[in-house]
Design a protein around this ligand. Structure first.
Ligand SMILES: [Zn+2]
Length: 310
């Protein structure tokens, strides 16, 4: 049915015209503050033009460690939605940022405060929390996004939350969610099929940044360069790893773009295996531009290492 008003414009035509006028300005768009690029990318998938997104970190910044600089405080001050990983990933900077922002809408417990890790099963929850030993994963491993099934679960919750914060567009968020989930499910099936050839692939990881990827695809992370999460690799620890791994070296030593490359290079030169920088997250400047590309590129990099080994 087409509604026509007294001036003879069809309502559909008029609303399309209004949308065209409004969209480029995004005056009514939700202001979203994403702590990490993967969540900025997910908001973009589910909100499109309905959100203006500020992302606090890049693929080259350790999300555990960040300065609460003035531009970030300004962005949190105007945010309608804060989306972060949680599980203490941002414990070193986010509480300070939230205090300085003084924005009641995004404080813990409010609809504008969304922690992705609340909606997935955490790995590596320590039996005994001992911060004095420098472990920066006291709530379990917070690097949850490299299991495609976690992204799907979080997408459901995020679309629901966007609808709560912006009820006028809730049907749009539902539609975008359905479209995203349909594409994501097809892609996930493909990644899991490709992953079958990678089962049992032995890797060493600098930080425990790839545990969810390994858990999902049944990769075998046999050691980490950091003796504990967040504790830099010492010469003694690396020497012990070299000795322990020499009889049966891993296929590669993997790291994030933000990790110091030197410990990886030291060990891989001596073991004669690949040092592999995986994309880790979305990176529009020189890496995967969206979440689909992130998983595609990660799988491709692991397949290359696996093929060299065979
Ligand atoms: Zn970590």
């Amino acid at each position: 049915m087409v509604h026509t008003n007294s001036r003879g414009y069809t309502m559909k035509g008029l609303s399309t015209l209004l949308l065209l006028l409004i969209a480029p300005l995004s005056a009514d768009a939700l202001e979203v503050f994403a702590c990490e690029p993967e969540w900025g990318a997910l908001v973009k998938e589910l909100a499109g033009e309905n959100a203006n997104i500020t992302v606090a970190t890049t693929a080259f910044q350790d999300p555990h460690r960040l300065q609460a600089r003035p531009s970030l405080i300004a962005a949190t001050r105007r945010a309608d939605l804060l989306i972060c990983t949680g599980a203490d990933l941002e414990i070193g900077w986010l509480p300070l940022l939230l205090r300085r922002a003084g924005n009641p809408d995004i404080q813990p417990g409010r609809p504008g405060h969304f922690m992705a890790a609340d909606y997935v099963r955490k790995l590596e929850i320590p039996a005994l929390i001992d911060r004095s030993q420098g472990d920066i994963h006291p709530q379990g491993n917070p690097h949850i996004h490299l299991n495609a099934n976690n992204i799907s679960r979080i997408a459901d919750k995020l679309a629901e939350r966007l609808g709560v914060l912006d009820p006028a567009n809730s049907s749009d968020y539902s539609r975008r969610l359905r479209e995203f989930q349909s594409r994501w499910e097809t892609a996930t099936t493909g990644w899991e099929q490709r992953g079958e050839s990678l089962q049992g692939l032995r890797l060493v990881s600098h930080h425990r940044g790839f545990s969810y990827l390994a858990d999902w695809l049944d990769l075998d992370i046999v050691a980490t360069l950091e003796p504990k999460p967040g504790v830099p690799p010492s010469a003694a620890h690396l020497a012990r790893l070299l000795e322990a791994l020499s009889p049966n070296p891993p296929a590669a030593v993997v790291r994030t773009p933000y990790a110091n490359e030197r410990p990886s290079l030291w060990l891989t030169e001596r073991l004669d295996v690949r040092a592999l920088r995986l994309p880790y997250t979305v990176n529009e400047t020189d890496g995967p531009a969206d979440l689909f590309a992130l998983f595609d590129m990660t799988l491709a990099a692991l397949e290359e290492v696996n093929n060299e080994r065979l």
